[in-house]
Design a protein around this ligand. Structure first.
Ligand SMILES: [Zn+2]
Length: 462
């Protein structure tokens, strides 16, 4: 682990989480240890005490009795702006392509104020579900929407969540054979110029970084071949990660077959996207040979179980990908196809969906948590988060096992995954307490809801 840190101060404060009922440690057989404590110094975990009570003094102490500590959950794919159009009736029972065609014209009318409040709403919801790091894949840019990513970064800094915004893009409009209306597409050179500006202005590659940029052309059916290739070149030049939607539906498979004469993965491979810096959203329609190739290339997949069920897209081959060495992380996906931003719900859905297909021992509770922590961290190229261990960045979620929704639970990790979920009791991001006793300390949630609802109503009036 690098010694340099973005957030180091000279006199670092200490925070002790004492006498936890359980602490998630996925290297153990059960996936957790009993009676543990955690000492945080500055923005790092200084020590984890398993099965012993530490005789240490700290500047601040949190009582861990009755609680389970897990690594902060990591969301690897989202479209936060879609919180404005949740459960949009005309698209509520449509598959992906039809769903997009119905929603594009609504999204085209968003303004920057709407992006700001939608980002905060989604982030607050994520944080209350135990999430400490999220990505966002924003790809709707048009005349009045030029600085969406800047606005989102500002929102993330205010609310206190770690944030990896993906500079999304669409350049293949309907007139050129793509799916989106031309009005929400941009020329390739404009996209590339703005992508480079964002990397230079915001990307932080150091330990404990709160902001990292990734580049993310939207999908094979909304982006030109040239932009896909040049984005990969730009990402390589600046050592940032690449992200896109891939192999989500059979419609997409058909589109690639007809337009490019190959499968979605072959299309990416041809465009030099294959490699360890690429993570793909959904990844449902890969055959066994393709999974082998992805494993050899070190690619990752952001699994989005609720969205895949909601849109009737299909079931990702999570077990086969994991068995063959493809890293799988977890994600809520956009709020118009989920329609919630609750990471703990997603953990449960991931487990349940695999069991529907593969039987009752298909995905263990600890494996479902692994997807959302270690797996997700690897998707995003982070080695400093995803595990509760010494010298990791201090991103921690505490859930209260003595609450109604967990009452009577026996195995603490099973209780967390299979019961509830309820909201997080305490959330720590980068060593800082941002949620205490279920209350967000960094922002007034009622204000977010008021402003967000107004922005959504205004959008539909337009
Ligand atoms: Zn998506």
């Amino acid at each position: 682990m690098g010694q340099k840190t973005s957030q180091q101060t000279k006199q670092e404060k200490t925070l002790l989480i004492k006498d936890l009922d359980a602490l998630v440690d996925l290297s153990t057989l059960e996936g957790y240890v009993r009676k543990a404590s955690i000492l945080i110094r500055g923005n790092r975990i200084a020590k984890v005490y398993a099965s012993e009570l530490p005789h240490v003094k700290a500047d601040q102490t949190i009582n861990g009795r009755g609680k389970i500590a897990i690594p902060g959950l990591i969301n690897t794919h989202h479209h936060l702006y879609q919180t404005l159009t949740r459960a949009y009736a005309p698209a509520m029972n449509s598959g992906l392509f039809d769903w997009l065609i119905k929603l594009y014209p609504v999204w085209a009318k968003m303004d920057e104020d709407a992006i700001y409040w939608a980002t905060l709403a989604g982030m607050a919801e994520l944080m209350l579900s135990g999430c400490t790091l999220t990505t966002d894949h924003h790809y709707v840019f048009s005349g009045s929407l030029q600085r969406c990513i800047d606005i989102q970064i500002e929102a993330a800094r205010e609310i206190g969540i770690r944030f990896h915004p993906c500079r999304g893009s669409m350049s293949l409009g309907k007139s050129k054979g793509g799916l989106p209306p031309d009005v929400i597409t941009q020329p390739d050179d404009e996209i590339l110029k703005d992508s480079e500006r964002l990397i230079k202005e915001y990307h932080d590659a150091l330990f404990g970084a709160m902001t990292r940029i990734a580049l993310a052309p939207c999908s094979p059916f909304s982006v030109t071949r040239e932009l896909m290739r040049e984005t990969a070149t730009l990402a390589k030049k600046h050592s940032v990660r690449l992200h896109t939607h891939l192999a989500e539906t059979q419609d997409e498979e058909k589109f690639c077959e007809e337009k490019f004469g190959c499968s979605p993965l072959e299309y990416l491979e041809e465009l030099k996207w294959s490699g360890p810096n690429t993570w793909l959203a959904h990844g449902i329609y890969f055959n066994s040979e393709e999974i082998q190739r992805m494993s050899r290339a070190g690619m990752s997949v952001a699994h989005c179980p609720t969205s895949n069920m909601r849109l009737g897209s299909g079931v990702a081959k999570v077990l086969e990908m994991r068995r063959k060495g493809v890293n799988v992380g977890l994600a809520v996906d956009g709020s118009a196809s989920n329609d919630s931003s609750n990471m703990l719900v997603e953990v449960k859905q991931a487990l349940l969906l695999q069991r529907v297909v593969h039987g009752p021992s298909a995905l263990l509770a600890k494996e479902a948590i692994e997807l959302a922590t270690i797996g997700s961290a690897k998707c995003l190229g982070r080695e400093d988060v995803g595990t509760l261990a010494e010298s990791m960045a201090a991103d921690i979620a505490l859930f209260d096992l003595e609450e109604l929704g967990y009452s009577g639970g026996c195995d603490p990790l099973g209780t967390l995954v299979l019961c509830g979920p309820t909201s997080v009791h305490t959330l720590i991001v980068n060593g800082k307490v941002v949620i205490k006793n279920h209350e967000l300390l960094t922002f007034d949630v009622e204000r977010i809801v008021r402003k967000h609802r107004a922005a959504s109503a205004k959008l539909f009036r337009a």
